[in-house]
Design a protein around this ligand. Structure first.
Ligand SMILES: CC(C)(COP(=O)(O)OP(=O)(O)OC[C@H]1O[C@@H](n2cnc3c(N)ncnc32)[C@H](O)[C@@H]1OP(=O)(O)O)[C@@H](O)C(=O)NCCC(=O)NCCS
Length: 256
């Protein structure tokens, strides 16, 4: 017990540069007080003194703002910084060397029975306000960003951020595309670009068909069905027009 006591104080110095003296840590660090109260409550819980265990944990909550259910299993050197608003559920298991900031919830989704709270691996950091909900595992050496809402298993060596939580870093490597807030995609411009591409394609196709028909740019095929009589096929458009005008002036019928 005394060994734990010393290790808890040492852990504060390792994690909090603001810690100045042992005296200060022992008397003012609510995270340390909550862990000590939990050790007592958990021992009673394991001996099935459930109500007394609960009274101790709720008293601790009253003084520290940290609620650790007596049934929760916590490892060595847990550091709860600031602490206010931390909730740790009954079936939660926490490994060694874990850091938890204020406002963290290690809870259930409300849909599960039995084991319904997360299992936190070793050397995990859980940022302020993060919610880890469900009976999955958060892998060793992972970081949960502040205010993340984690609803799925987290592999080892990952950083998870956002709501819903997503892995943005794994084994030190960036995962997925980075969202550049200064260069967000514009769907309207994208649509116009696509339309411009289609227009260019159609222009090319028309040019290709035109040059295949007459062999000279600026000529079009006559739309009217070609026949040996009118001989309009393949004649330049202005020539066809002139012929039609001439025939109209002469009072004859256009045969084009
Ligand atoms: C997540 C955290 C632990 C850093 O882990 P890390 O593995 O070093 O990750 P990085 O700093 O490399 O960040 C990875 C990406 O996630 C983003 N990110 C980091 N923390 C984030 C958060 N809380 N929410 C949203 N995005 C976050 C970063 O901007 C970065 O994005 P980019 O790749 O587009 O640049 C840290 O940002 C954090 O949230 N710590 C909690 C600290 C805390 O609660 N302090 C309270 C003190 S009172």
């Amino acid at each position: 017990m005394f060994r734990h006591f010393r290790s808890d104080v040492k852990t504060v110095f390792e994690n909090d540069p603001a810690a100045r003296s042992r005296f200060e840590v022992i008397f003012t660090y609510s995270g340390v007080h909550a862990i000590w109260a939990h050790r007592v409550a958990h021992a009673l819980y394991r001996r099935r003194w459930f109500t007394l265990a609960r009274i101790i944990s709720q008293t601790s909550r009253f003084f520290t703002g940290i609620e650790i259910h007596p049934g929760a299993t916590i490892g060595q050197r847990l550091f709860i910084d600031h602490g206010m608003g931390v909730v740790i559920g009954e079936t939660c298991e926490i490994g060694d060397d874990v850091v938890i900031y204020q406002g963290v919830t290690l809870g259930g989704t409300g849909k599960e029975k039995g084991k319904r709270h997360p299992t936190i691996g070793n050397n995990v950091v859980i940022g302020s306000g993060a919610k880890v909900l469900g009976s999955f595992r958060v892998g060793d050496n992972s970081n949960i960003g502040s205010n993340a809402v984690v609803l799925r298993e987290v592999p080892d060596n990952c950083t998870v951020v956002g709501n819903p939580g997503r892995v943005v870093r794994r084994n030190g490597e960036r995962v997925g595309d980075r969202l550049d807030h200064t260069q967000l995609p514009d769907p309207v411009i994208e649509m116009f670009r696509a339309m411009q591409g289609e227009i260019n394609g159609l222009k090319d196709e028309v040019g290709r068909l035109t040059s295949a028909g007459e062999g000279a740019p600026g000529t079009v095929r006559a739309i009217a069905p070609a026949s040996a009589e009118n001989g309009a096929q393949g004649r330049p458009a202005n020539e066809v027009k002139e012929t039609m005008q001439k025939e109209l002036q002469e009072g004859g019928k256009s045969k084009v």
